[in-house]
Write a protein that binds this ligand. Structure first.
Ligand code: HNI
Length: 152
């Protein structure tokens, strides 16, 4: 359950991200510079076991595909921000996809959340306060719970 203050902090941070989804998504999956032929991916570099889910992306041969995936992920986070009160309904199709089709092991979600926190902190710097970090951690954990609860 998010407090009014946490909701405000989540919305405040999203205002800083909105309009830059591709850039934040790129930083999450792909370290700068985005067009480097030997790109390295933050999630894949720090947690190489996650690469198994992205055989088509992890060779980093197609940066454009990574950027587009990062953008889609961030757009989904943005949709979750708009539906903080009703995450389960808002994310239901995405939960089916991750749990039933892709069968992503729930253990991977905290790894992604950690990388996401690093991206927010490194990008927003002093604007990203400890309270915002705590609120985003709670919020992203709620998203991960919904995306993984159909996992069997
Ligand atoms: Ni995830 C596809 C959102 C965590 C592996 N993922 C998507 C899509 C969105 C998305 C949006 C595109 C759906 C579509 O095209 O219909 N993923 C999210 C969000 C989180 C998340 C919001 C967590 C906050 N995904 C993860 C994790 C993994 C993961 C932790 C595995 C390590 N996702 C995938 C894979 C795909 C995917 C694999 C399919 C990729 C593709 O190219 O089709």
């Amino acid at each position: 359950m998010l407090s009014a203050q946490e909701r405000a902090q989540i919305a405040q941070v999203w205002d800083l991200i909105a309009g830059h989804e591709a850039q934040f998504g790129a930083e999450l999956l792909l370290s700068r510079p985005p067009r480097s032929p030997t790109c390295s991916c933050r999630l894949f570099t720090v947690y190489p076991s996650t690469k198994g889910y992205f055989p088509h992306l992890s060779a980093c041969q197609d940066a454009a595909q990574l950027l587009s995936h990062g953008q889609r992920m961030l757009a989904a986070v943005g949709a979750a921000v708009q539906h903080m009160d009703n995450l389960r309904a808002a994310l239901s199709p995405l939960a089916d996809l991750h749990a039933l089709v892709l069968r992503v092991d729930p253990a991977n979600f905290p790894l992604l959340i950690q990388c996401f926190q690093v991206v927010l902190a490194s990008h927003l710097q002093d604007e990203y306060t400890v309270e915002m970090q705590a609120a985003w951690d709670k919020f992203l954990t709620g998203v991960a719970v919904v995306l993984t609860e159909k996992y069997r």
